[in-house]
Design a protein. Structure first.
Length: 150
């Protein structure tokens, strides 16, 4: 919510200042960073709420045992992808340690890009909890809305 408000305020300020003929030099770059952060952290929140896109129409056509294995396989793939993303994202931060934003040279690029490993870790945590829940219930993943887990 904070990132969305910050992005809305920043874009509004950019429009106002551009209209007044006094464009903010940092407007575009900061808006891009805020949008990326909003996307990554929003994805982590969607993982917590189990709100990512799926293909329930396809999976629901499978027999219960196949449905369980497809769901487990899907969870393992998601965990593997975000583990890799987090690892690569963290390994890139030292490389970016000497870079900074062009329009705001006091903002290190490693800080800007830290959203990648941090959001990957948050998604890994959320998806691990989803996997534990799936294994504990010995069925297909529990609907978070039906179970009051949201």
């Amino acid at each position: 919510m904070i990132l969305m408000v910050a992005l809305a305020v920043e874009v509004t300020l950019g429009i106002v200042f551009r209209t007044l003929g006094r464009s903010l030099v940092w407007y575009d770059e900061v808006a891009s960073v805020l949008l990326a952060w909003l996307t990554f952290y929003g994805s982590a929140l969607a993982s917590v709420r189990r709100g990512h896109i799926g293909c329930p129409e396809v999976v629901d056509q499978l027999p219960p045992q196949a449905k369980r294995w497809v769901t487990l396989f899907s969870q393992v793939l998601v965990l593997a992808f975000f583990a890799l993303l987090g690892w690569v994202g963290a390994s890139i931060l030292p490389i970016l340690a000497t870079d900074a934003l062009v329009s705001l040279p006091w903002v290190p690029m490693s800080f800007v890009q830290s959203v990648i490993p941090v959001s990957a870790a948050l998604i890994l945590l959320a998806e691990s909890l989803n996997l534990i829940d799936l294994l504990r219930h010995k069925g297909v993943a529990v609907d978070p809305l039906a179970e009051g887990l949201h």
